[in-house]
Ligand binder design. Structure first.
Ligand code: MG
Length: 282
């Protein structure tokens, strides 16, 4: 595969991301896949999707887990509902992640992504609980040569590094999302990228503007079309080059309520990334 192939999100049944025919139309060769809902994770479902992907000339580079009951309505709701952090659903979601990993194997994909949730303070009792669930998942994945990529943004880069180091496992990596650092107010994205760069195995190309300083970290910043926000895409790509990152550049633009604008924004993102890739890689 060429260096920095452009990518986009797609899904089997989640109604998120773009359809494969749209990816094909936009000339996009890779996708990260939102995991299908329970009941659609069979080998047959995987084979059907693979056939469509092949016809569209698209390779799946990462399968992203997600769960019923998660909500990104606002920052407190996100903290309460996302990933392996909520205790009541931790065991069932862990079981689901194992099922999603099996689906990824049917697709032939060795990278599983997820929002683990806001990693708790390492002095809190739930830190150990999240850590031990994560280790169990990592050990299951390791048996099949699979890796877990944690999405960034819900905690600072330092806290994420501490969590990864405390896991004591070698198949835990990072899916870096620069816009999340801005949206959640958890740190300047380029500095964060430099800090965690050695563990970055996949990235999102997403952009956002900061919330006002007095509410940062309490209220969302605003997600915007790629190039229109505060990330600085040229610097972002230059930093990825300096880190010797050579994986896909996966565009993330989730506005399912407005598919026309979503397609236009993704088209704009493809043009921007194509131009910058040429400029940065030379
Ligand atoms: Mg993301």
């Amino acid at each position: 595969m060429e260096k920095w192939p452009i990518g986009v999100f797609s899904s089997v049944d989640a109604g998120l991301g773009v359809r494969l025919d749209v990816a094909k139309e936009l000339g996009i060769p890779t996708v990260q896949l939102h995991a299908p809902h329970p009941g659609n994770r069979s080998e047959n479902a995987a084979q059907r999707f693979l056939k469509d992907a092949e016809q569209a000339g698209v390779t799946v580079t990462c399968v992203f887990g997600g769960f019923e009951g998660e909500s990104y309505a606002d920052i407190p709701t996100t903290a309460r509902t996302i990933g392996l952090v909520p205790e009541e659903t931790r065991a069932s979601r862990l079981a689901e992640m194992k099922e999603i990993a099996a689906f990824a194997r049917h697709i032939g994909c060795d990278a599983i992504g997820m929002h683990i949730g806001f990693v708790p303070e390492d002095t809190s009792p739930s830190y150990e609980g999240v850590l031990s669930a994560t280790r169990e998942l990592l050990d299951e994945l390791a048996g099949y040569g699979q890796r877990l990529h944690l999405e960034t943004g819900q905690e600072t880069a330092s806290h994420l590094l501490k969590f990864i180091s405390d896991s004591g496992r070698t198949n835990l990596f990072i899916n870096f999302d620069p816009a999340n650092m801005i949206l959640y107010g958890t740190g300047e994205p380029i500095a964060a990228l430099k800090q965690v760069g050695h563990l970055v195995r996949s990235v999102h190309c997403k952009d956002a503007t900061w919330a006002a300083e007095d509410v940062r970290g309490k209220e969302w910043g605003r997600e915007v079309a790629l190039g229109d926000g505060d990330v600085g895409m040229a610097t972002y790509l230059q930093t990825l080059k300096d880190l010797n990152y050579d994986g896909p550049l996966t565009i993330e633009r989730e506005i399912p309520q407005d598919p026309v604008r979503q397609k236009a924004d993704i088209g704009q993102a493809v043009q921007l990334l194509t131009r910058l890739r040429e400029q940065v890689l030379g």
